[in-house]
Design a protein around this ligand. Structure first.
Ligand code: SF4
Length: 249
């Protein structure tokens, strides 16, 4: 007779195959055929999210913000630092520079002084100046709603664009940060360390309505239970439910 753990590992292995096949070529969008979402691996990935929903019903973006402009700026600032640290500088930043025009006209040295606690203040000040000017000149001061336009802004990559699309504009988007990548591999959803590949593998398993908040839930689980160095598998609901094959743990 097969143990529950063996059963889980077997299913997870087929999850990797199904995910890779359904995701298609890297570089395309994350759209996935409806049929792919009815497979057993997808059902199990959905069950993981259901469990996490119970554990973290209020999981949400940890960056303090009010509206797309502030979220865009805060997300750009979160590179190479923690969300909590970003939240310590943004109140002063947004009070002094409440919109794109004000940010684009800021004195670089003033911006650097505010951003110093985050590190990389020179580069980050440059990105914020560029974003303020680009939004003012090209988008009448507003944040664009397409990924293509967002990633054309200074300091904005696919991850930042997805955070803004998902959390400010309600467009389903998968944000692959260090926690989402690590958990996806341990859960057997992907074998890749490439964020775009991971994004596509998750998209092959989750319905779009799970994407944005499901990532917040994975992040929360990564912070509280499934840490990089010492995952607490013995206390993990996902193991108890037979939903984690503990790949690489
Ligand atoms: S803590 Fe262990 S059982 Fe839980 S998700 Fe992480 S690897 Fe899986």
């Amino acid at each position: 007779m097969r143990s529950r753990r063996e059963d889980t590992v077997r299913r997870a292995a087929s999850s990797e195959t199904a995910g890779a096949e359904a995701a298609g070529e890297v570089g395309a969008g994350p759209e996935v055929a409806e049929a792919a979402l009815t497979t057993e691996p997808a059902r199990r990935a959905g069950a993981v999210d259901d469990e996490l929903m119970t554990l973290y019903p209020d999981a949400a973006c940890a960056l303090d913000h009010d509206g797309p402009f502030q979220l865009l700026v805060a997300t750009v600032l979160s590179a190479q630092t923690t969300d909590a640290r970003v939240n310590t500088v943004t109140p002063e930043l947004f009070e002094r520079y409440p919109d794109a025009a004000a940010l684009g006209a800021a004195r670089r040295e003033d911006l650097e002084a505010i951003l110093r606690p985050l590190g990389f203040q020179r580069a980050k000040a440059g990105h914020l100046l560029g974003i303020g000017q680009a939004l003012t000149e090209r988008f009448e001061g507003r944040v664009p709603r397409s990924r293509e336009e967002l990633v054309a802004l200074p300091g904005v990559g696919r991850k930042t664009a997805n955070v803004v699309l998902g959390n400010a504009f309600g467009q389903p988007a998968i944000t692959v940060d260090t926690h989402v990548g690590r958990l996806s591999r341990r859960l057997g959803w992907t074998t890749s360390k490439d964020p775009l590949r991971v994004e596509k593998d998750i998209a092959a398993l989750w319905e779009p309505w799970r994407w944005t908040d499901g990532c917040h839930r994975l992040i929360e689980h990564g912070r509280q239970v499934c840490s990089a160095r010492s995952p607490r598998c013995g206390q993990c609901t996902l193991l108890e439910a037979g939903l984690c094959p503990q790949v690489g743990v």
